[in-house]
Design a protein around this ligand. Structure first.
Ligand code: SER
Length: 589
């Protein structure tokens, strides 16, 4: 059974149980500021898990694109990935443990659906602690379905509790289903191998989470208004099980990639080839996302950069000749493009960003590796923060890559000292930025950041109401107010002021997402972004887009959504000099 058939069966099964099928959302979450990427199907559903009614009802199912980097070191075994597809079903305050577990079991074992042999499945449940009791209820349901007691294991929070680690939000105990693949030869059986062992014999295929708690900022677990179910099944793993494949990489989801690699490497190293296939598949899906993330040194762009550069480093190690990222990206688009239309829609961007990143990194990789070897020898395998920073700054080595290289040679990196070196550098460049732009931000307080975004809305509204001759001449922001100087020859009328306020407040009321992307000034200007200061044409700049209202080159930072701004009000409009006017405005809460 291939992945497409598994997905179709899954959605059909849950449809037959009155679940509405919802679509996968972007890999960049909109509703959950606690994560950079959508790491599970529950992220876009957080408001609904907290009690807001969902327009499609209380029972939902879908297949969601996910990206996680916490398992990145395990990628290379047969069943861990950074990017993966999660099949999920949700009860938003509807059914709970009994029904969720019964449906999981039916789908997995009924010959009408997946028909997995029951004796190959074991389960784990939450063992209880100070925050929540032992989950006897789930265990009882498993027993009632015929799962032998010796195949039910209890664990603590680390293994059987779901909720993004250390973060706030909906969470709860879970029960996980493991399939015995017996895949690899290992001695684990002799010292208690079982579900959760990383030997590869037991593979976790599905997780039913019972979200009835909300973790608060001060680390407390409060009962939610409603009892929810959040389940996640890994499509790649289930496909491997259903095809009796030796690993996820031998299923049709990866095989064309690993086949290409096998033909084009000089040294066959299974782990490295899997890393390359995994990371480039992930990079293609991130680049193809309509949010338009490109490689950079911050946030989403940095994770993307790490993935691409790690893949390139491994390919270099295997002796792949010439540029290869685009070739593998084309294979990814071929495998997934018919189902995930964004891959085709955005393929030109995907290829060009990959080519640019590969070009940038290829120029320094060889020299950087050489430098690494030199430093490693000099430092007796103990790299300082300054060493790692040098490799980062001069050769484009993400910290994690230097750490990995050092570990491979049984050395280490002072990661804390790297962070300090980076911070020192950022402070220096922030200082120089402040000098470069008269509108440099003096502080990053919430109020200041909100006023900064309001300034973009003000400029956009002025250009609509007063005319496109309006250009920023200066800006000064304190936590209390914004001050904006712009080109315009005469006093604004009371009506114009009112219209500008109304327009800005309309955009605020619409709750428009503020998106940031990095590109060259040339690219930004081609897309119509406003840029009123001196920067080199080929220099990378940040472009902030607020829906169709505003697009400006700016150093930021900004709020993530206009809904955070409060009410925009102009206090004063006056002349500064010939042809330049000044507005003072505030945000009222
Ligand atoms: N949120 C859970 C997980 O990611 C179930 O979907 O495993």
């Amino acid at each position: 059974m291939n992945a497409k058939e598994i997905t179709a069966k899954y959605l059909k099964f849950y449809e037959s149980k009155q679940h509405a099928t919802i679509s996968s959302v972007s890999l960049i979450p909109e509703n959950d500021p606690t994560v950079l990427f959508t790491t599970a199907g529950m992220h876009p559903l957080v408001p609904f898990l907290l009690g807001q009614p969902h327009p499609r009802g209380k029972k939902l199912a879908n297949v969601q694109k996910c990206l996680r980097t916490d398992d990145i070191d395990e990628v290379g075994d047969g069943c861990h990935h950074t990017f993966f597809f999660m099949l999920g079903n949700w009860s938003l305050g509807d059914y709970f443990k009994k029904e969720a577990i019964e449906m999981s079991w039916e789908f997995l074992t009924s010959p009408k659906w997946l028909g997995m042999p029951k004796e190959k499945i074991a389960v784990t449940c939450f063992g209880g602690d100070k925050d929540a009791p032992k989950d006897e209820e789930s265990a009882k349901v498993w027993v009632s379905l015929g799962v032998p007691k010796e195949c039910i294991f209890f664990n603590g929070k680390k293994d059987n509790w779901w909720g993004p680690a250390g973060q706030t939000g909906p969470c709860g105990p879970d029960t996980e289903m493991f399939y015995y693949t017996g895949r690899q030869d290992c001695a684990c059986d002799q010292h208690g191998c079982g579900p959760g062992c990383h030997c590869g014999k037991w593979v976790e295929i599905w997780n039913d989470v019972f979200m009835e708690y909300n973790k608060t900022k001060d680390g407390k677990f409060e009962k939610l208004k409603q009892q929810n179910v959040d389940t996640g099944m890994g499509l790649e793993r289930v496909a491997a099980v259903m095809q009796n494949a030796p690993s996820d990489y031998e299923t049709e989801l990866f095989k064309p990639l690993t086949d290409w690699l096998k033909k084009n490497v000089k040294r066959q190293d299974v782990k490295s080839m899997r890393i390359i296939a995994d990371h480039l598949r992930a990079a293609v899906f991130v680049l193809a996302d309509d949010k338009g993330v490109a490689p950079s040194n911050v946030e989403h762009g940095y994770i993307l950069r790490r993935l691409i550069r790690r893949a390139i480093r491994h390919a270099h190690g295997l002796g792949v000749e010439g540029r290869f990222c685009k070739k593998l990206a084309e294979i990814v688009v071929k495998i997934y493009g018919d189902e995930w239309l964004e891959l085709k829609r955005n393929q030109a961007f995907v290829y060009s960003e990959l080519e640019k990143e590969e070009q940038r990194f290829a120029e320094t990789l060889e020299r950087g590796l050489h430098e690494f070897e030199k430093i490693f020898a000099q430092a007796n395998g103990k790299l300082s923060g300054e060493h790692a920073f040098l490799l980062y700054q001069s050769y484009g080595f993400p910290l994690e890559m230097t750490v990995e290289l050092a570990k491979e040679k049984k050395g280490s990196v002072d990661e804390k000292a790297f962070a300090a070196a980076l911070e020192k550098h950022q402070e220096l460049s922030r200082e120089s930025c402040k000098q470069k732009f008269s509108s440099g931000l003096a502080d990053y307080s919430e109020k200041t950041v909100a006023l900064h975004t309001a300034t973009h809305l003000l400029q956009a509204a002025l250009r609509q109401v007063v005319g496109t001759h309006v250009q920023q001449k200066g800006s000064n922001i304190t936590p209390e107010r914004l001050r904006f100087d712009f080109t315009h020859g005469e006093k604004m009328t009371a009506e114009q002021i009112k219209k500008v306020e109304e327009l800005a407040n309309k955009w605020i009321a619409e709750g428009i997402a503020v998106n940031r992307k990095e590109e060259s000034l040339a690219e930004a200007q081609k897309e119509g972004a406003l840029a009123f200061f001196a920067a080199k044409y080929d220099e990378k700049v940040s472009v902030y887009t607020i829906g169709s209202a505003s697009k400006e080159v700016c150093t930021g930072p900004h709020v993530d959504n206009t809904s955070r701004l409060g009410k925009f009000k102009i206090l004063k409009e006056e002349a500064v000099s010939a042809g330049v006017r000044r507005i003072k405005a505030v945000l009222e809460h």
